[in-house]
Design a binder for this molecule. Sequence first.
Ligand SMILES: [Zn+2]
Length: 479
Amino acid sequence: MNCRDTVPLMSLLIRGGRIVIAADDYVADVLVDDERISLIGAGLDVQADRTIDASGKYVLPGCIDPHTHLDMPFGGTVTVDDFESGQASAAFGGTTCHVDFCIQAQGQTFAEALETWHAKANGKTLIDYGFHIAVTDLRDEERLEELAALPEQGITSYKLFMAYKNVLQVDDETLFRAMEVAASSGALVMVHAENGDAIDVLVREALARGDTAPIFHALTRPPELEGEATNRAVQLARIAGCPLYVVHVTCREAVDPIRRAREQGWRVWGESCTQYFFRSIDDLAQPDFEGAKYVYSPPARDAANHAVLWDAVRTDALSAISTDHCSFLWDGQKTLGKDDFTKIPNGGPGLEDRLKMIHHFGVGEGRITLSRMVDLLATQPAKLFGLYPRKGTVAVGSDADLVIFDPERRETISAASHHSRCDYNMYEGTEVVGAPELVLLRGNVLVEDGELVASPGSGRFVRRARFGETLAAEPATAP
Ligand SMILES: [Zn+2]
């Protein structure tokens, strides 16, 4: 048993690291005291309970993943990662906070849905977390009032699905009414933008032709339908007067309307996810049902879109990169759709790989700067989702959620060594240079030298601030 489990760390001095934040990049010492950063400066003349030499290393804010699905029921099964394995996986990858989707079942109140999701997390958490509410049913007028009151509980983002017909999809009336509520309650509206009605027609036509292989998942969800739904959401949000965040943008058809909206100064933001920079429609065509590993929605696109997405994140047409971690075993869960691609549970793992992949291929190959990487993986998610400046940066007063990142460390990404329970990795065999060495959550060691140090139950639910408002530090806890 590691003594750090039981003896709370009082103070920690990180010497000589290269502090990389969205707005700056410089060498200094960082003093952590009672969960927060208390001092930053060159050659600090202070004593601490523990001193870490970070020379030659980067000191990054803990990454924030604004898009994950842990312990989520889907397609007659449940994701293989719960809050414990999912958050362990996040921690190893340098992610110290995430916002998961609490999904309202049809006919359910939001309070019931939140109770269910809080219960899933209770006692299992390793990193800090919040919830978005996924709205599926607003037919009862009381739901509108309940939705308007959620920001008071720290639930400050509403997610709506424009796809997954007869499961999660909402009609435009429901979407628009939620947008109107958000405009006055201070919430951010998030959309899964694909035209679910048209997809449903294409899917039925494919099945009628006997086209049942995984590749037809992608072929029945063409990029135009993502572009159409994105533009529709942008225009509806403009009329309703709410801020809009388009999740998992994959292609030029969806980047274009977001870029145009941002050029006009409309309150629109978009994210992409790690897999859309690396995987393509060709992966779904892999033989022996291997293609099912890459079945998620929207689907992987033509590889020409990789450059479109790198350009979009570099130029701030897209503002964040998440993972949409939603893991199902290939053997036993994905195989539910062996004879029918519509029965393959949608989703893939990736919580652990985001920082390493974006660092190696984004920063390492000169596509984005280190500061832009931090902005995309930590600062923008913190600002958009009401966590800033408590999280998402390295500053005096912020939570000491820190990643000591070794830019020279070589790793080979593999399901054999990852910490998700998933039996495959979407980047299997990829060699990267640069990986987290030490990860801190509120000053406590979470991961060190490849070992998980924290115990389940140490992650805390964060009541997020309303859109555009800042989140102050929590009052210091007694030792
Ligand atoms: Zn998702």
